[in-house]
Ligand binder design. Structure first.
Ligand code: GLC
Ligand code: CA
Length: 557
């Protein structure tokens, strides 16, 4: 096997959602000095890279994914001087920093947008996507990702502008070469500061079908824009240009967030020639979970079948082999907590199932991502009313489907939120068992999950059997065993509805992995005849021919 070697293929990445990570000054909002103070914790965990969700200046309509100044830091998070200290301290510890690059859209409070709306001949007009109405209505029927029309009429401008997300997130017009120059200059500014990479927000959406056709209506209200705004006609051209102009000049890593990406698309985005990005995030396994009995739009609440998830993950493992690199994730700031979603967060099973899920993912091929608190087995929150919710996606969906159109009941919607709302991931990091989980000395911007007395970093660090120590070992094993990084993936035991098993093969070595996805013992023959000790397992002892509830086991021969 002559797979090209790269540091970002061998790395484990940890995502920080700064608002909820650690508050240093008691205002209840996580901040950059809070991150700096906890770098030794991440060093102890053993990760290589930190991806920071956006820390730029922002009016926070979508918690920083609406940027009003790409070259400055959000007031609540600190100053550029704080940022520079954090970057230097991270580098001293050997930790790399990856920035979130949000360039599909800017805030409507960005200076470019403020200019753009002023008049049709303003030099910034074409920085955004302006259209005349259609018979007094929006230019087409597209629904924004966050409910309602994707078009907003602007009185001053006398036209509609496109916003694929909230109306305070205006889409940039990538057809305009000046926009692309601005983005590349801004990226260069951060690269020159010495950052180590970019996670590119909804980067598959920057090239739009210039015909802007109506989309298919599925929920009876609006049309689906996704075929016309994802993986669009000029996407690869734009990324290749970005690569030539910026990325190729630095030793950095890139990961694209790419809604609607297929394996075939990913082979282009993340091709091994390195002409675009290093890897992308695909959404099939996370979307499948709610799609199986979707309630409305993206909303649903079923526990997915193992065979569904396995078919998707295996397709990606096998499909990218030899031609493109992949990413591995269960959780991020847009997903519910994996132990609640795919595992079992009941006290009896929480730790075991969190370790099982960690094993399943971290023994696969690709670069693993850990979302803050995942290494503690943090769980979903419970939302008993819409007033408990903060996320603009939830609030808008509730307004559209429950309040305005009465398409589902409030109870039904809240049940969906409990299962998959983004707010599940955004409760403050649970550091210890003191008030507010040690996240803040003040009142947190969003409530702490009440289970923090049991589930917190301090307790986990003190307990050798904790999820934390297990993740620490998973990370160490990847660093020590090239087969985990570069080995070829081989699916096993595909007839099982309850066990996920596979092999990784490299240079005469075989790593065999099997995970029981259920709370019952399950037959599993894959270790029969293997006498080697475990590389890792969440059980001390094993039973022949079967896996115990949520048992995970990996053996290297
Ligand atoms: C991405 C981000 C999400 C954000 C959206 C709009 O999906 O991960 O948090 O709301 O883009 O920027
Ligand atoms: Ca603060």
């Amino acid at each position: 096997m002559n797979e090209k070697k790269a540091w970002w293929k061998e790395a484990v990445i940890y995502q920080i959602y700064p608002r909820s990570f650690a508050d240093s000054n008691g205002d209840g909002i996580g901040d950059i000095p809070g991150i700096t103070a906890h770098l030794p914790y991440l060093k102890e965990l053993g990760v290589d890279v930190i991806w920071l969700s956006p820390v730029y200046k922002s009016p926070n309509d979508d918690n920083g994914y609406d940027i009003s100044d790409y070259r400055d830091i959000m007031d609540e998070f600190g100053t550029m001087a704080d940022y520079d200290v954090m970057l230097a301290e991270a580098h001293k510890l050997g930790l790399k920093i990856v920035m979130d690059l949000v360039v599909n859209h800017t805030s409507d409070e960005h200076a470019w947008f403020i200019e753009s709306r002023k008049s049709k001949d303003n030099p910034y007009r074409d920085y955004y996507i302006w259209k005349d109405g259609n018979d007094g209505k929006a230019p087409n029927n597209w629904q924004s990702c966050f409910s309602g029309s994707a078009w907003q009429y602007d009185e001053v401008a006398g036209q509609y502008y496109l916003h694929c997300f909230t109306k305070k997130q205006a889409d940039l017009n990538w057809e305009n070469p000046k926009v692309r120059d601005e983005v590349y200059d801004m990226m260069t500014f951060w690269c020159e500061k010495g950052i180590d990479g970019f996670r590119m927000d909804v980067i598959s959406m920057i090239s739009k079908d210039q015909a802007f056709p109506d989309g298919e209506i599925s929920d009876g209200l609006y049309g689906d824009m996704s075929p016309y705004v994802t993986n669009g006609p000029r996407i690869h051209e734009f990324l290749q240009e970005m690569n030539k102009r910026v990325l190729s000049k630095y030793d950095i890593m890139t990961v694209g967030e790419t809604p609607n990406v297929t394996v075939e698309d990913a082979k282009k985005y993340a091709n091994d020639e390195g002409t675009e990005l290093n890897m992308v995030f695909q959404f099939e396994h996370t979307d499948a979970a709610s799609k199986e009995t979707g309630v409305i739009g993206k909303w649903g609440y079923t526990h997915p079948r193992l065979s569904t998830i396995r078919a998707i993950l295996n397709k990606w493992q096998v499909g990218l082999e030899g031609s493109a690199w992949g990413s591995l994730y269960w959780d991020n700031h847009d997903q519910p907590r994996v132990v609640s979603r795919f595992g079992n967060d009941a006290p009896q099973w929480r730790v075991l199932s969190a370790k099982m899920l960690g094993t399943l993912l971290h023994m696969m091929k690709g670069t693993p991502y850990i979302y803050q608190g995942e290494e503690l087995g943090m769980t979903n929150m419970h939302f008993s009313s819409i007033d408990d919710c903060n996320d603009v996606e939830e609030i808008n969906a509730y307004r559209q489907y429950v309040t305005e159109h009465q398409m589902i009941s409030s109870e039904e919607m809240l049940k969906c939120f409990d299962a998959i709302a983004r707010d599940n991931a955004r409760t403050p990091m649970q550091w210890d068992d003191t008030a507010q989980a040690g996240f803040t000395t003040g009142t947190p911007w969003f409530p702490v999950n009440p289970n923090y007395k049991e589930i917190n970093a301090k307790a986990a660090q003190a307990d050798p059997d904790s999820v934390f120590h297990y993740y620490q070992k998973l990370i160490r094993l990847r660093h020590e065993n090239p087969v985990i990084v570069y080995g070829k993936f081989q699916p096993l035991f595909l007839e099982s509805e309850t066990v996920y098993a596979y092999e990784r093969i490299l240079d005469g070595k075989t790593l065999t992995v099997a995970c029981n996805w259920t709370d019952q013992p399950q037959p599993c023959p894959v270790f029969d005849g293997i006498t080697a000790p475990d590389l890792i397992s969440n059980y001390e002892t094993h039973l022949a021919g079967q896996l115990q509830p949520y048992e995970a086991r990996a053996v290297l021969v």
